[in-house]
Design a protein around this ligand. Structure first.
Ligand code: ARG
Ligand code: ZN
Length: 466
């Protein structure tokens, strides 16, 4: 829980500008017809995602050797063109592409920064379904984010810690790397025997032959690319089933096992408690991956199976599990709205404490409200914290949770919990925006809440005493 420990140093404005420039020439008028845009126009990550198509499914066939850190990949992407396309982009950073096919025909491709520009042999018509196959390989290099933190394929001493928020998916597979474009996933990951490869969703099977083991996983519910994982390590695996019938698969680095055991044992309780508050659990599998990767400095709510860089405490498990509703099932439309993920997951921690013998959420609010006007907590607004360097900081997490506590105080418990459940239900497997959350809150409560949200979400500085 709380803002991730790593990386708050500002950086990268320069790196991003360089990428924007280098992608320019590739998108001049295409001879084969119009080009899909190289980004989706996100104000913080303009090149994340692409224009001109939507992905339905990713089938990723990967092989990883922890000794050499070499990854081989074969990605089959099923998509639909939303315009005529003479060429289109995928996001892929580093690695070497050896072949691209579109609908079975060899396609031309070029690389420009994080853009893999694909020119199919035949122009795609608007509305056409198509299939892209990309064969690639190399030693993945994680992405350094604007706040200085690392994400993506992060090699460890016994495998790889694979967490892609916000941009790192492109360090290990080609994608439409933006949470606006969610898709189902199938994974086939081959590792040397003795290693475990853990992905999202349900384990379909594992098979060891000739000194290697292939794990097959499937995530059927829509998933944003940043939530995909294929974490590799030497793990102790424990499987169980919740009372509601959801299979739980925990993979734990033995070095963290003793410390992780108490919090992991409560995963079924946490799922049940959160289902009571937020509505039915959205996914058909659950669990945890606990790695020994302390340098990473954060955990991630990888869909269905959160990934921890060390043994988590119960608060962190409550936080990452709450994200399954808020962030994973209900996704961001823009990275500006990151408080819809982090404020909600932080508030879930406060609620857990309140209902398990700890301080009330109001007491948590009061404790943070006591911070002086000079505190970083008030340094920038909660909804739209300014740029990609500020998405994982306390004005998003803590002040986001404080905004929810202020909403609760204004509308009362009954309406407040109706709002949380309705948000999860109305946007299940989809997307939400801050404006939609404000509108829902006003609709459920019958109150005008503009001033409250303007103060707590949109205005920097310490708000006047509530
Ligand atoms: N969403 C994660 C959490 O709060 C944090 C991810 C941080 N990622 C990063 N690149 N620093 O649960
Ligand atoms: Zn979080």
């Amino acid at each position: 829980g709380g803002p991730p420990r790593a990386g708050r140093a500002a950086a990268a404005a320069l790196g991003l500008a360089a990428l924007v420039l280098s992608s320019g020439p590739a998108h001049a008028a295409a001879p084969g017809g119009p080009a899909g845009a190289p980004g989706q126009g996100d104000p913080y990550f303009p090149l994340s995602g692409n224009g001109g198509y939507r992905v339905g499914h990713y089938a990723l066939d990967l092989g990883y050797d922890p000794a050499t850190r070499h990854l081989t990949g074969d990605a089959v992407i099923t998509a639909r063109a939303t315009q005529g396309l003479g060429r289109f982009d995928l996001d892929l950073s580093g690695l070497t592409v050896s072949r691209v096919r579109v609908d079975g025909r060899v396609a031309h491709w070029s690389r420009h920064g994080q853009e893999l520009v694909v020119t199919p042999a035949r122009r795609l018509r608007a509305g056409a379904a198509f299939r892209v196959e990309v064969a690639y390989g190399g030693v993945p290099r994680y992405v350094t984010d604007p706040d200085g933190s690392a994400d993506g394929w992060i090699a460890t001493d016994d495998g790889a810690f694979v967490a892609g928020e916000p941009q790192g998916a492109m360090s290990w597979f080609p994608s439409d790397n933006n949470p606006r474009d969610k898709a189902s996933y199938a994974f086939r990951v081959t590792v040397p025997a003795g290693y475990t490869a853990v992905c999202n969703g349900v384990l379909l099977g594992q098979r060891t032959a000739g000194g290697s083991t292939t794990f097959r996983w499937r995530q059927d519910q829509p998933m944003a690319s940043y939530l995909a994982t294929a974490t590799v390590g030497k793990f102790d695996v424990t499987r169980s089933t919740t009372r509601a019938g959801v299979p739980v698969y925990n993979a734990v680095d033995p070095r963290e096992a003793a410390a992780a055991a108490p919090a992991l044992a409560r995963i079924p309780d946490v799922l049940e408690w959160e289902s009571g508050l937020f509505g039915p659990y959205p996914f058909s599998a659950a669990g945890a991956i606990v790695d020994d990767a302390h340098d990473v400095g954060y955990a991630l709510e990888t869909q269905s199976r959160p990934l921890y860089d060390r043994a988590p405490d119960i608060g962190t498990v409550v936080h990452e599990t709450a994200h399954q509703w808020f962030g994973d099932s209900v996704s961001l439309t823009s990275w500006q709205d990151i408080w819809l993920n982090e404020g909600f997951a932080t508030y879930a921690e406060w609620l857990w404490q309140e209902q398990h013998g700890g301080p009330t959420a109001q007491a948590a609010f009061d404790r943070f409200y006591a911070q002086p006007a000079t505190s970083g907590l008030w340094a920038f607004p909660t909804a739209d914290p300014g740029d990609g360097a500020h998405i994982f900081a306390s004005p998003v997490y803590t002040r986001g949770a404080m905004a929810l506590q202020e909403l609760r105080t204004a509308v009362g418990d009954r309406d407040f919990f109706t709002i949380l459940k309705s948000w999860a239900r109305e946007h299940r497997y989809g997307h939400g925006t801050t404006a939609q959350f404000v509108a829902l809150s006003e609709r459920v409560s019958g109150r005008r809440l503009g001033p409250l949200f303007r103060t707590w979400l949109d205005t920097a500085g310490k708000p006047a005493a509530p």
